[in-house]
Design a protein around this ligand. Structure first.
Ligand SMILES: [Zn+2]
Length: 825
């Protein structure tokens, strides 16, 4: 963006006024000329001579007095008007008023979400999102619908159109990768074939992995305990995607981040979270929903209902035992304790019921490994306990447990009655009572299974040149603010600070999508070994699974590819990778309404900027802080700095634990990482925006009557306008590491005096409590957890600062004095 040296419309207004004043002065001078006095004299000419003698003032004196009086009145009026304008301008947005259609649209987009009757100092989330949430119409199949899900819907609409378009020309060339994505989509849409096949594709899969003890169907078989082998069953199941008993993968070694290593991780449950089995308030309801679901699947595969229910109830009991291990020894917590690098043979010792060497060699597709090959074992305590439970469990239950996980994985790919069965569980967990539209589901499948090909189509059609430029520069500014934050953090000693600054300097970013997807030849090469058809959906799913497994296995023995993206281009999300010290923002999220190259930067920073700050803060949250600049797990914190970090962290934990949803408390401990990131993100983005303002003028939207600072916070508030079904909101309280949307908005703002300042919230109101928790972000309250009793002075908040800025507009001198960066030009 080139520097704009135009005066702002306000500036122009003032200029116009000033011109009028000058013009008025000209008029006064005109009146002071002889004709005026002559006129008075002319009036005086009507008086008689006697009266003339009684006169105290001469005509000339009268004339001068009149002029002086007029001047005085005009002067008072001018001063009063100037004061009025000064007061008006103190509360008016400053920048370029924009009446272009895109600004009117943007303004309408913001206003129509707001509840203008709500008090921003009481509940800013309601103020930002109230009308949107009240008027939102959500389909019965949706459990959660937020602004980001809305962008996802937009992305899917583009993908659906592209996937449905015949042909596979990409950038002027026939692309086999695009053809494969379209074949997956078409095979998914082919409901006639899918209905005709019913459950047969799944029965074949069950047979191939060693059967179970429930189905009476000849293909599904009944278990022969003498032939059934746990290791074989696990290998087959893990290759298909589910993770019974434990998870296996190949990824960066936490303490040697450039090398890939095999890892065994805590897994094994059908439901996402252990608490779903053990929570006394909810477990009975979940068990009922889950049993109804999995029994229906079994019956559809040919089982007798009573037999299936009895045997699957045993599976629930088995999974509950696994969940209880989690309760006894939580996997969360100290990453250093969770990290265990062992020779493979040690795993054999703790899991005697599984042939680990055979398991590993088979998962590595035949590659031989020695018993001394290093493997990472997270939570060995879980594996030890799990192994004991397995030793005391019958083969029938184990086989049923494994096959049931396969059933749950494949049911969505089968005929309608299998998909409807899932609603038995969905209505309990998410409160939804219908399945998604077929085309929507198939678009999501194609994007999941061939996401670089669909992403290539998405990116090619959706972004103009330079779309990500502003995003990159915003990130520069946010990173710079983190540097200042670290420099200023008085609770950190210099030793820790130096390493933190090194880590920040080394932090890398990826924005948009990988380059290879722009090149049809490279894209085709990526999917070269994937073979799919357009008429066999389940086979396609199996082939994609095999393709992905091959790619993961190919990592073994090779260095970590640090350029690899872990999110596809159309994904509406972002991430921070601790082992790569890298943050990534896929193109899918860099769109309206959270980001737009023409949006006011106040909104861009408040929305997308705070998301960027969020990801950056993850590098320094409770987990990220344990990794160094190279992505290695290493304690680089001195005891004193760590103690202070924990103290500040505890303040946030306590704050969020007091928030409630439907009478239930948010888990401040489980959400701490995300809350640190939200709090840091908003502050970093705000400070980056203020720094940007030093050398730029922002766009002012019509009709909003909000200052840029107020718009910044609306940007944050409106990023999280989210509808939840009650069941799902309750469920997320223990399964989601993020706080509920309302508190993602209000929590960080209540801790941030700049918010209270922008909305003039008196101290002691909901959004400006006396006690504030500050971790990352320039601290206005150096004492940390205690509140800011005094209103802080904004460097640029008042009118005089603005005038001063005018005087220094765009000078290099100002840049260096304010320590701003040369970015966003
Ligand atoms: Zn996060």
């Amino acid at each position: 963006m080139t520097k704009k040296k135009r005066k702002s419309p306000i500036g122009n207004l003032l200029l116009t006024y000033s011109k009028r004043s000058l013009a008025s002065k000209q008029d006064i001078y005109t009146w002071d000329e002889e004709p005026y006095c002559d006129h008075l004299e002319d009036i005086g000419s009507f008086t008689d001579n006697k009266k003339k003698k009684e006169r105290v003032f001469s005509n000339r004196e009268k004339c001068l007095l009149g002029v002086l009086l007029a001047l005085l009145v005009l002067l008072i009026a001018a001063v009063a008007y100037l004061l009025y304008m000064l007061l008006q301008n103190m509360n008016k947005p400053k920048g370029f008023f924009c009446l272009e259609p895109h600004c009117v649209e943007e303004s309408a987009m913001v206003i129509k979400k707001m509840d203008l009757k709500a008090e921003p100092c009481k509940d800013f989330y309601q103020f930002s999102c109230g009308r949107h949430l009240k008027e939102l119409i959500v389909s019965p199949g949706v459990a959660k619908y937020g602004i980001l899900q809305g962008i996802g819907g937009h992305n899917f609409a583009i993908l659906r159109r592209e996937l449905a378009t015949p042909g596979h020309v990409f950038k002027g060339k026939n692309s086999s990768a695009i053809a494969k994505a379209k074949m997956i989509y078409q095979s998914c849409l082919d409901e006639v074939t899918i209905e005709e096949k019913g459950g047969r594709p799944l029965l074949k899969v069950i047979e191939s992995i060693g059967s179970w003890n429930i189905s009476t169907d000849p293909e599904g078989g009944r278990l022969d305990p003498d032939k059934w082998d746990l290791t074989e069953a696990l290998i087959n199941a893990h290759k298909l995607g589910p993770n019974p008993l434990f998870g296996f993968g190949i990824s960066a070694d936490d303490k040697d981040s450039e090398k890939n290593i095999m890892m065994f991780v805590h897994a094994g449950l059908s439901l996402k979270h252990g608490e779903m089995y053990t929570n006394k308030k909810t477990a009975a309801k979940l068990k009922k929903g889950w049993l109804n679901y999995v029994v229906k699947l079994a019956v559809l595969l040919g089982a007798k209902e009573d037999d299936a229910r009895q045997q699957l109830e045993d599976v629930w009991e088995f999974e509950t035992e696994l969940a209880k291990i989690d309760e006894r020894a939580p996997s969360r917590g100290n990453t250093f304790e969770r990290y265990n690098k062992w020779p493979l043979k040690n795993l054999t010792a703790i899991m005697p019921s599984i042939n680990i060497k055979k398991y590993v060699e088979d998962m590595l597709l035949g590659q031989k490994v020695s018993p001394d090959t290093p493997v990472l074992v997270y939570d060995p305590g879980y594996l030890i306990e799990m192994s004991k439970i397995v030793a005391n469990t019958s083969k029938q239950v184990l086989a049923n447990y494994i096959v049931n996980q396969i059933n749950q994985k494949f049911a969505p790919y089968l005929s309608l009655n299998f998909r409807i069965a899932s609603l038995e569980l969905e209505k309990v967990v998410r409160g939804t009572r219908s399945t998604p539209s077929r085309s929507g589901f198939c678009t999501s499948i194609a994007n999941k299974m061939a996401g670089w090909a669909t992403g290539a189509m998405f990116a090619d059609k959706n972004f103009e040149k330079g779309h990500f430029d502003k995003a990159n520069k915003m990130l520069d500014g946010i990173k710079e603010q983190m540097r200042l934050t670290l420099e200023e953090a008085d609770w950190m000693d210099n030793q820790t600070r130096t390493i933190a600054l090194e880590k920040l300097a080394a932090l890398r970013r990826m924005i948009g999508y990988p380059d290879f997807i722009k090149d049809p030849a490279k894209l085709d090469k990526y999917y070269e070994k994937l073979v799919v058809t357009d008429d066999d959906f389940v086979s396609n799913m199996l082939l994609v699974q095999k393709f992905n497994l091959d790619r993961i296995v190919a990592r073994f023995g090779k260095p970590v590819d640090r350029s690899e993206w872990h999110m596809k281009p159309a994904k509406v999300n972002a991430y921070y990778s601790a082992s790569c010290n890298l943050m990534a923002f896929p193109s899918g999220i860099l769109q309206p309404p959270v980001y737009g190259p023409k949006f006011p930067m106040a909104f861009n920073f408040g929305s997308m900027g705070a998301i960027m700050g969020h990801e950056l803060s993850h590098g320094f949250d409770d987990h990220g802080k344990e990794y160094d600049k190279d992505g290695n797990l290493r304690n680089w914190w001195t005891a004193e700095s760590l103690k202070n970090f924990r103290k500040k962290s505890e303040c946030l934990q306590k704050q969020y634990s007091e928030y409630t949803v439907y009478g239930e408390h948010v888990n401040g401990e489980n959400t701490i990482g995300e809350n640190i990131a939200d709090n840091g993100g908003v502050r970093l983005a705000y400070n980056a925006y203020q720094s940007w303002l030093v050398s730029h003028r922002d766009t002012i939207l019509p009709g909003l009557n909000k200052t840029s600072e107020q718009l910044f916070f609306l940007g944050w508030g409106q990023t999280w306008c989210t509808y939840y079904k009650e069941e799902y909101a309750r469920h997320l309280l223990y399964s989601d590491p993020h706080s509920p949307a309302k508190y993602r908005v209000n929590g960080p703002l209540a801790n941030f005096p700049k918010f209270a300042e922008a909305y003039t919230c008196p101290l002691g109101t909901h959004m400006n409590p006396k006690k504030k928790c500050v971790l990352w972000g320039k601290s206005e309250c150096p004492s940390g957890g205690e509140g800011c009793q005094k209103k802080t002075q904004s460097k640029r908040g008042g009118f005089l600062d603005w005038l001063e800025l005018d005087a220094y507009d765009h000078t290099d001198d100002q840049r260096s004095r304010e320590n701003t960066l040369d970015w966003l030009d």
